[in-house]
Design a binder for this molecule. Sequence first.
Ligand SMILES: C[S@@+](CC[C@H](N)C(=O)[O-])C[C@H]1O[C@@H](n2cnc3c(N)ncnc32)[C@H](O)[C@@H]1O
Length: 260
Amino acid sequence: MRIHKISGLNCPEAGAVAISWAEGCETPARNFAREHRLPIINELPGWRGLCFCLQAGGWVLKDLSGEIQTPFSLRFEARHGSRGKDPLLNAMGKAQAVLDLTAGWGGDALHIALSGRRVVSVERNPVVYQLLVQAREQLGDADLAGRLTFLHLDAAGKDFSQQLNQCLNSGDAFELVYLDPMFSDRVLKSAKAKKPMYLMQRLTDTPSDTNERHLFENAMAIAQKRVVVKRGLKAPYITDSQPQGSIKSKLLRFDLYNPL
Ligand SMILES: C[S@@+](CC[C@H](N)C(=O)[O-])C[C@H]1O[C@@H](n2cnc3c(N)ncnc32)[C@H](O)[C@@H]1O
């Protein structure tokens, strides 16, 4: 079996992001800022928060507070190896086409794709999405990259199903829809040791119950056979209704729901 690893480093204290660029990259960086209504660093004198910077080698995140010196850049690494028990893949069952509604740094999507399944993974944060697309483009494995699609959409939106169909342009059907909307307390407490996750928390909105409810409703409406929700081992269910089953590991639980 193959395993993956994501490497990166940064630890910002500010939630907001300003855009900057290196020489020769101004036009695409300005276009990105305009498209996503993000401030340009020159407009924020004395800015000491996160900076999303376009350089010749691609986008990187920098922490201008100086606390963390190394810029963060997402990398997907695909390797062969043994992982022993694999609750995430067990929860996927026989599904060959998976829709992941909460991409994050793409670790789960990549792991599912490494098992040979096709994954469409949705992310609403434009900075996170841009880094996902870049990491996919830099993958050395064309087959693997071909099984991974990232989309920039709000998966909790009312019109999400229609938007999804327009993006995929094929009325693709998904046997299984996967959700991982939450940050566990454990991740929060060990923030310094898990810099990519800590950075994600600084970049993305605080998880809300309404967002989770709408994500779950959309997942149940789209999935043909199963919805899988990743939770902390002792976290409450995402909804009032009980799942049909759960697959557990030491720290995590994958709740399984059958759409009606
Ligand atoms: C805990 S992270 C997911 C981690 C991911 N499973 C991984 O392996 O890296 C949650 C992600 O879901 C995204 N998210 C939350 N609500 C969303 C929504 N309504 N639509 C799309 N993405 C959403 C957040 O921006 C964040 O990047």
